[in-house]
Ligand binder design. Structure first.
Ligand code: ASP
Length: 224
């Protein structure tokens, strides 16, 4: 079974050199696959770098590029797709892709809360669980999935709820399934999905406003 893995950067790929204060996205898709080791024997893994950025740099244009890349991988024989990225915008990119992913082939997004050089780094385990999810026939027809800490979430519901906990990702309705001893088990039927055509025009900058119980509005962010 062919599984294609596209890497976009994020903490899961970030390492630090001795002279540096912080981590930077450096590991390639091949490095990430190598970190999982022999557990992938028997699968035909195709790994490609798409971007190497912190996830707050990902634009709508980048997501559309990922969508086209994933579709091409399926045309070329992939039966499951995994995108690796930073966790800060993972719930948003997963939701966006879920709105336009019109194939039954599983498209799984994942990241890691700890960078690869930190003790207890969970990136390799999360990638293995994501690949097993992408390869599982049980995952077909479920749209875009987010796999973190062995839990399988639907893109429609998942949220990042913690800054550092490895179990930061949760769904209001609970997870859909779990990766357990290398099997992918679901305990829920998929939610109804709304799938739209891929946008034909550039998506303009969108202002996000937070309304509060007082009448004041706070500008949260501008997505450029
Ligand atoms: N700042 C990182 C990012 O979103 C955080 C992470 O990957 O967890 O790229």
């Amino acid at each position: 079974k062919k599984i294609s893995i596209g890497s976009l950067g994020g903490t899961v790929s970030m390492t630090k050199e001795a002279s540096e204060a912080g981590v930077k996205p450096r590991l390639t898709a091949d490095d990430l696959v190598a970190s999982v080791g022999h557990s992938l024997d028997g699968l035909d893994i195709h790994a490609e770098n798409i971007l190497q950025v912190p996830s707050t740099y990902i634009t709508f244009q980048n997501m559309l590029q990922c969508f086209d890349w994933a579709k091409q991988q399926v045309k070329d024989g992939a039966e499951g797709i995994v995108l690796t990225q930073g966790t800060d915008t993972l719930e948003e990119t997963a939701y966006f892709l879920d709105l336009i992913w019109d194939l039954d082939v599983p498209l799984v997004l994942m990241g890691a809360m700890r960078s690869p050089q930190q003790a207890g780094a969970e990136g390799p385990g999360n990638l293995l669980a994501s690949i097993l999810t992408a390869a599982s026939a049980n995952s077909r027809g479920r749209g875009v999935l987010v796999v973190m800490n062995n839990w399988i979430h639907e893109a429609r519901w998942v949220q990042k709820n913690h800054t550092s906990d490895v179990d930061a990702f949760q769904s209001q309705v609970g997870p859909s399934g779990i990766v357990f001893e290398n099997t992918c088990q679901y305990f829920k039927a998929p939610s109804k999905r709304y799938v739209f055509a891929k946008p034909k025009h550039d998506i303009p900058p969108v202002f996000l406003w937070e309304s509060s119980f007082s009448d004041s509005l706070t500008v949260l962010d501008v997505i450029a």
